[in-house]
Design a binder for this molecule. Structure first.
Ligand SMILES: [Zn+2]
Ligand SMILES: [Zn+2]
Ligand SMILES: [Zn+2]
Length: 146
């Protein structure tokens, strides 16, 4: 998404594009996947005075506007990611914490029956499936690339 585009979206929704919100959006885009704490650490490198509650509120506003998405990858705060990347869900191993991204297409193939069977459209990007690696669980813990 180009800068004028999201500035326009913010304005249209009655939210002002503060310099802080722009920085927070940029931090999420740079980090890929980030909790509010991680976004805070990133933003503070250039703006030491920004506090964590501002980060939480701003992320919620950006989320409402569709400029970022979030998923729940742990019992703690949500993890935010850029809305510009491909929509995907996450598989999380309860033993080693490994995260695997699953594309919307793969999910639709696995869960598409819900649409016909239950008349229900899953919110794929918000979906996290907890479970266990079947192989090589403790050999590698990698961050997903998307
Ligand atoms: Zn949520
Ligand atoms: Zn594992
Ligand atoms: Zn992700």
């Amino acid at each position: 998404m180009t800068e004028p585009e999201w500035q326009e979206r913010l304005r249209a929704s009655g939210h002002r594009l503060t310099k802080q919100r722009a920085m927070i959006l940029e931090a999420v885009e740079n980090l890929g996947h980030a909790t509010p704490d991680q976004v805070h650490a990133e933003v503070r490198r250039t703006s030491p005075s920004v506090n964590l509650s501002t980060i939480y509120r701003s992320l919620e506003v950006l989320n409402e506007l569709g400029l970022v998405r979030h998923a729940h990858l742990s019992d703690r705060a949500p993890t935010y990611h850029s809305a510009t990347g491909e929509e995907h869900a996450h598989l999380i191993c309860r033993d080693c914490g490994r995260q695997t991204s699953v594309s919307r297409k793969e999910l639709a193939a696995a869960l598409g029956g819900l649409v016909d069977g239950k008349g229900f459209q899953p919110d794929y990007g918000h979906l996290t499936i907890f479970g266990w690696c079947q192989t090589g669980c403790h050999e590698q813990v990698e961050q997903p690339s998307a």
